[in-house]
Design a protein around this ligand. Structure first.
Ligand code: 4AD
Ligand code: MG
Length: 477
């Protein structure tokens, strides 16, 4: 049987042959034209039925959302908008979709409405396009690292360490609900769990990746990470995917070079391989922008923006320089920043980051050499004793997309930093071992995958670029 995908059929190479295709009905108009889609591409194939001479019981079931198998002859299309169509001989209905109750009807649904239907929303053009781009980006990421001598390393999901020291962890316990062990105070005794110590879902695979980089040279993780932060923003998820390369013998400059080259390469890949989906998403975005006031519209369309980022250098600025720029800036004519930075050492708020990227430099920015106080314990202390070799990459419309650093490789300095932050050495004895045995300069970073997908697709909310978003309000599916 000549069963083909819609994508293959649209190439037009099988003209005048009998073909079979499976898919879902997008629309059925004028009792004659079925637009069929199977996910292989954004486009539908038009299937033409001779209504009067067709089995009416079957046609009654051809509603939007129905899964069908169509057999017929591939012919040149008379109509506009497509080059080929199927002249239908036979239809088999795999499963109908009652139009009275099927929610994804051929009309514009709001993203908010579709978020409530996370299991069905991928049947819309917008979400299928986003998810195809997401898949292509994942592939490009693995390909990039493979071509550049990295090993793919699987960091544990259940771990005893809090890599970021931010305390935003989901606790893992083997607690028997019906028979919980209690402490003397009557609270649940989590310490009595299977691992004999408190464990949590990983917030980052970095510390384990460091161990592997110190033998394999260059490794990367690409896996789910978890943050129990209760932030309801369009940039945060409780479960997100992170890419974390870790490289022995790389200093911060080499780390920044790699991060920039990596991001440009994977975006180039989607520009080359996802043109149809990106063009659709760009058009969708332009329609959405028309409803906004002129001042809020973005200056570049999606494809132009992606090309711009892949073709131009990211601006590298130290934290100290950035603070000077912010102090001397007027974000707009009347208003000042909501959070004024009047002290060196303060953490940047997202309004500052966005000002630097969108108003001042108008390109991606790599901020480096942050104050030690606002960064994690493992970052390498600079000679000034107050800044660390950290870097964050800030993207237009997104804010922070990458966080990374050169790691503290000196045992004595690392111990001092841990002591100052009350991190017990017993907890990270294995991490300290890495500094005792064959320690070396090394660096790495973490890229939030969903933030990259946000940028690549032009979508505005992180909940719309991951299949089943986990946020404080939504873990239903
Ligand atoms: O800046 P973060 O917290 O850095 C780390 O976890 C390091 N251990 C990474 C490393 O050096 N290997 O997180 C890295 C990136 C952020 O820049 C952001 O893109 C993303 O992960 N991220 C989130 N994405 C979605 N939802 C959240 N709650 C996120 N938190 C961080
Ligand atoms: Mg960060």
């Amino acid at each position: 049987m000549n069963t083909k995908s819609v994508k293959d059929l649209l190439k037009g190479e099988l003209l005048l042959q009998e073909v079979t295709v499976n898919g879902w009905v997008k629309t059925f108009r004028s009792n004659r034209f079925i637009a069929l889609n199977d996910g292989s591409t954004l486009s539908n194939i038009q299937c033409v039925v001779d209504f009067e001479n067709f089995d009416q019981d079957i046609l009654k079931q051809i509603n939007t959302g129905a899964a069908i198998k169509v057999t017929g002859t591939l012919a040149e299309s008379q109509g506009r908008g497509q080059s080929v169509e199927i002249q239908v001989k036979e239809i088999l209905v795999h499963g109908g979709a009652d139009p009275e109750v099927y929610p994804i009807q051929p009309k514009k649904h709001s993203l908010e409405f579709l978020r409530e239907k996370a299991h069905l929303r991928v049947r819309t053009n917008t979400f299928s396009a986003v998810m195809r781009v997401r898949s292509a980006l994942s592939f490009a990421i693995h390909q990039y690292f493979r071509e550049n001598g990295f090993y793919y390393f699987h960091a544990p999901i259940i771990t005893g360490s809090d890599a970021e020291g931010a305390g935003e962890m989901f606790r893992v316990t083997t607690l028997d609900d019906k028979n919980p062990k209690l402490t003397e105070e009557g609270t649940v005794d989590y310490k009595e769990d299977f691992f004999g110590k408190e464990t949590n879902l990983t917030v980052s695979g970095q510390l384990e990746a460091e161990a592997y980089a110190m033998a394999l040279g260059k490794v990367y993780t690409f896996g789910p990470t978890f943050r129990a932060e209760n932030s309801n923003t369009s940039r945060h998820l409780a479960e997100f995917w992170m890419i974390e390369p870790e490289m022995a013998f790389y200093d911060l400059d080499a780390n920044m070079d790699l991060a920039e080259d990596f991001i440009k390469s994977v975006l180039k890949y989607v520009l080359e391989h996802c043109a149809e989906d990106l063009e659709f998403l760009e058009k969708r975005l332009l329609d959405e922008e028309k409803t906004k006031p002129q001042a809020e519209r973005s200056e570049m369309a999606l494809l132009e923006k992606l090309k711009f980022v892949t073709e131009n250098g990211f601006k590298r600025v130290s934290y100290t320089e950035a603070i000077d720029i912010l102090r001397n800036s007027k974000p707009n004519k009347k208003k000042k920043f909501q959070y004024i930075i009047d002290e060196w050492g303060a953490d940047l708020q997202s309004e500052h980051e966005r000002y630097l990227v969108e108003k001042h430099f108008k390109c991606p920015v790599i901020l480096f050499d942050y104050p030690a106080k606002i960064k994690a314990f493992y970052m390498r202390l600079n000679e000034d004793g107050k800044t660390v070799r950290a870097m964050d990459i800030l993207f237009p419309g997104i804010g922070e997309i990458v966080g990374g650093s050169q790691r503290e490789e000196r045992l004595d300095v690392l111990k001092e930093k841990m002591a100052a932050l009350d991190i017990p050495e017993e907890e990270l004895w294995w991490y300290l071992d890495l500094r005792k045995f064959g320690t070396a300069t090394h660096s790495g970073f973490g890229l939030g995958f969903e933030r990259l997908v946000l940028f690549a697709t032009g979508m505005g909310n992180i909940r719309d670029v991951i299949p089943f978003p986990r946020t404080p309000q939504n873990a239903e599916f």
